[in-house]
Design a protein around this ligand. Sequence first.
Ligand code: AMP
Length: 599
Amino acid sequence: MEKFKELGLEGEILKGIEDLGFQVPSAIQGKVIPIILRGENDLVALAQTGTGKTAAFGLPLLQKLDVSLLKIQVLILSPTRELCVQIGKDLRNYSKYRTDIKILCVYGGTDIRRQMKDLERGVQVLVATPGRLCDLLKRNAVNIEHVHSVVLDEADEMLNMGFKEDLNFILDETSETRNTYLFSATMPKEVERIAKNYLHHPQEISIGKKNQGADTVSHEYYLVRAKDCYETLHRVIDCDPDMYAIIFTRTKIDARDIARKLQKGGIDCDALHGDLSQAQRDDVMERFRAKRLKVLVATDVAARGLDVDNLTHVINYNLPEDVESYTHRSGRTGRAGRAGISVAIINSKEKGKLRKIENIIKKKFQYREVPGGEQICRAQLLYYADKIIVAEPKETLDKYQHDLFKKFEVLTKEELIQKMVSYEFSKLLKKYAMVEDLNLSESERNERGDDKKRRGRCSDGQREFTTFSVNIGRNDDFTSHDLVAIINENAPRKGLEIGNIRIFDTNTKFEVNIQGLNEFMSCFRNVSFNGLPFTLTAIKDRYNRDKRYGRDRALQRKERRNSTAINKWQVEKKRSNNSKHGRFAGKKEGLGIVKFPQK
Ligand code: AMP
């Protein structure tokens, strides 16, 4: 406790953290606690979750409260309900011996009237999600004029989740003389902008480097064919019986499908995604926290702010769309100085993305071979043996012991072990008796996975990727997430390889590795996005016509422009002819007939 005392903490707050078993301050606590206690500076702290940042801001802010004043003095904004609840719980633990401190958490998804009543009773520390706090402010149900300290926790996540306007609104409602403490795992431009606009000469501290992952996390990857990603995932889980992990997927459909498949394969798991009600989310999280689920399959959005200790692994089933999100995903493991592993399961075309992530996290991914059947069975059997060795014999067994021993007398020790294990593991042993080696050969592994290679043809001369165009684009708020979700939902087969996606204002081009063009196209006939029909066109001709696709793309673009111009001209000419001679005869300008200038 001495070290915490040296930082300026005292009395009951010290007693509170002693009960939690904190002995020495973490690196971020060592830096942040004195700054907040002095209250002279604003602060920008680059730090991952798991570094002890809640106590870093929570302890000094609790100590600084004027308990004679029953007004909100400290406002903590966090991106999600889960994180709010977690922060509230931590603050209550730190102030266990300070019953005079009133802490309240407000967040969306629960009855606002109850929160309004709680606010009426008076609190000194308010932990809130930006959306709900804005609602409360607009209803005049909360007064934040007396706030002297604002904490923006996981600022990058709050901005990712679209809370920019809400943050501006809230910060404008607080006093100019407040101190603002901003915590963020990454420092994208938007966060820098908030810091510039709302913080006064902030002191900057960084635990780890900008956008860099925690030191305690090691990074591994499995390189397999796209069609083998799921099987690889299953084997990686089976090979580590002690695993306690979150698996990240890009879409909620993937999260749901993978969780279902894993459940069918006998793994205790469930999915967490945006389609669940709050009660369902709470139920999943409760089971995961209690370790009744070994793995949780989640989308990035659903997993935001999740605070689960002791995760052994984070598994990236798909690499995140935006490479910076990787830092957030991997930061869920390796917390509080413990070791953690972040795994990426990738196919050849994702190698480039992996390298980009390495540049951001300043660490190398270690290549791992997909475990084979023997390795998995050995891991499971030895784990089982370890569990048996340490199991405490139940007293209630005493009365059956005599009969049991007598029954087993017919077997030797070796026979007994063999039979018990065969009985217990018959399914697993059968499943992994003869499984395919999913690892790529060395030459396949070393092949370039970049666009040029990918756009070529397979060795058997088949076209690998087909390019499609769809009539929906950026102007319709269409994102690559939406596209991937629509493909996964409607395609005849799950887990199709999706290549380049280019979203333009009014349309989107994308590549998919498909087998039957007609079958694929027919699946999208009745699909719509926000009420707009999802009209798909295959641009396959480009591959057939030009063997060296990409050779002269500029030329192709020019050709396309010309052909569009010619088409337009032909249409107009036809219309113009019609107007002179046919259906439109006699109808004049103003009916939309464009006249081409006479040469
Ligand atoms: P946080 O980054 O605030 O989510 O904290 C991560 C975990 O570290 C939580 O389980 C905390 O209880 C724990 N923790 C925070 N500070 C300390 C400390 N000084 N000593 C030991 N554990 C700590």
